[in-house]
Design a protein around this ligand. Structure first.
Ligand code: SDX
Length: 436
């Protein structure tokens, strides 16, 4: 970051001396006011619950222009990556900062392919769950448990350990996600096949069975690979901030990523794709397109507590570019599967159209986000609703790792430890219980 030729001055109406703060600029996007000396000079904190105006770190990985609806991974527009690259190239880009040439891509893909199996005893770990355990509960447990199986890559301060654990996590997430699915449906696990692509392997491990051959559908394989690209990273979102804060204690990479999985599960975040599909199914059950007006009325009634899932975003105040690309994938997959008339897709497009013309959404700049269409394409592929967020976690793992590595690799990083505005009871003495 570079010092801007601007400074910020904080003055107080109570006559306390004004203070100047340096302003820094990045490559693009808002400047930052460096307030690190504020508490030392004033004994005061800033107050920003939810971090609406706070840059928690400097990063060179992903940039979002929320007003324009633009998303760049290491400077490359998401539209170009989703059209011209695959997920392995995107992983390489996010981890190492540049797109690989063919030799580097082949070497990276082969490394990932050769780490897709998990320690066999992890199968025992899954058996401890109820059959109907939510896949995200199983995945949170399995990712955390990896720190019990891969002791030779748990030292986050060792760059070699970070490199090995990164490959292990990226390579094994599809295997763990498929294990959660197979456990839910009571089918035997399918081992990864080194001859398949990253996306093809997940399809194989989820939908193949020992009794017959399984052929990966290339249209679905490409759509799934694009879903991974679109979900790979997204700046300092809630789960990435969780991974950074968790990793800042020096804990092992598997534990930090498990924390990200747990945070992503929430319906306000990665769990929105599951919630969005359930919302569409409910509207469909109520009567479909004719009932959209009633549903929108409920959403606008604050007392209903109902939100239009898959809509709105902390940063995007324009159309989420990923939602547009996801809608394209929807059309491609539904066409390939002869499901052009999928009622939920038609309902989603009608709902989007009505919402985008409604003042409530326009005024609040609420647009479809990545979760609005992702459920429809996953459902068309045959992925159950309960697995949507696990697929999101699988794809976001590379982003979490890249962000964690960027933080740990910065010699000046410190353990994250926010402060608070205390509004509880002032000091008081304990009274003996017989006198309370
Ligand atoms: C992801 O951060 C990321 O980058 C996340 C993500 C990633 O890739 O990591 O992009 C992935 O999490 C996408 C978001 C998925 N979540 C949902 O689709 C759930 C529904 N959306 C909302 O919960 C909400 O929009 C959030 C949580 C996404 C953003 O919430 P904010 O930024 O805190 O905004 P807000 O709640 O303050 O909303 C501002 C106004 C409020 O109304 P008023 O108080 O001004 O009257 O808009 C309303 C909100 O009530 N509003 C909605 C709404 N989203 C916001 N009203 C109805 N439906 C919605 N979806």
């Amino acid at each position: 970051m570079k010092l801007a030729d601007n400074k910020a001055t904080l003055s107080f109406s109570n006559g306390a001396p004004s203070i100047e703060f340096p302003v820094y600029s990045g490559t693009v996007g808002p400047d930052v006011v460096d307030i690190r000396k504020l508490y030392g000079q004033t004994g005061m904190f800033t107050y920003d619950p939810g971090f609406l105006s706070t840059a928690a770190c400097e990063s060179a990985i992903t940039y979002i222009d929320g007003d324009k609806g633009e998303l760049l991974y290491r400077g490359y527009p998401i539209e170009q990556l989703a059209t011209n690259c695959d997920f392995m190239e995107t992983c390489y880009l996010l981890l190492y900062g540049s797109l690989p040439d063919q030799a580097a891509k082949t070497q990276f893909s082969d490394l990932v392919t050769n780490h897709t199996m998990v320690h066999d005893q992890m199968h025992n770990f899954v058996r401890g769950f109820r059959r109907d355990a939510h896949p995200m509960a199983i995945l949170t447990g399995l990712v955390g448990a990896m720190s019990a199986f891969y002791h030779d890559s748990t030292d986050i301060h060792n760059p070699e350990h970070r490199k090995i654990s990164a490959i292990r996590l990226i390579a094994k997430m599809p295997t763990l996600v498929a294990m959660a699915y197979k456990y839910n449906v009571g089918q035997p696990y399918m081992f990864p096949r080194n001859s398949l692509s990253y996306a093809g392997n997940l399809l194989h491990m989820m939908f193949a069975n020992p009794c017959e051959d399984y052929v990966v559908n290339p249209v679905i394989e490409k759509a799934l690979d694009r879903i991974f690209i679109l979900h790979a990273d997204h700046e300092q979102n809630a789960s990435t901030s969780t991974v950074r804060l968790c990793g800042s204690s020096g804990t092992n990479p598997f534990a930090a990523i498990a924390a990200g999985v747990a945070c992503l599960w929430g319906p306000a975040h990665g769990g929105a794709n599951e919630a969005c599909l359930k919302m569409l199914e409910e509207i469909q059950a109520m009567g479909g397109v004719e009932k959209i007006g009633d549903f929108i009325t409920q959403v606008k009634d604050k007392n209903s507590g109902i939100k239009l899932m898959g809509f709105g975003h902390r940063v995007y105040k324009n159309y989420d570019p990923r939602a547009k690309l996801m809608q394209e994938s929807c059309k491609e997959v539904l066409h390939a599967l002869g499901l052009e008339n999928d009622p939920l897709f038609k309902l989603a497009m009608a709902l989007e159209k009505i919402a985008l013309e409604d003042d409530y959404f326009v005024q609040r700049k609420l647009y479809p986000n990545v979760d609005f269409y992702s459920g429809i394409v996953q459902r068309a592929i045959g992925i159950p609703t309960s697995m949507f967020t696990a697929i999101f976690a699988l794809a976001r793992t590379v982003g979490w790792i890249a962000q964690l590595d960027e933080m740990i690799g910065d010699p000046d990083y410190k353990i994250g430890r926010p402060r608070q505005l205390f509004t509880g009871a002032a000091q008081r003495d304990v009274v003996a219980i017989d006198k309370r």
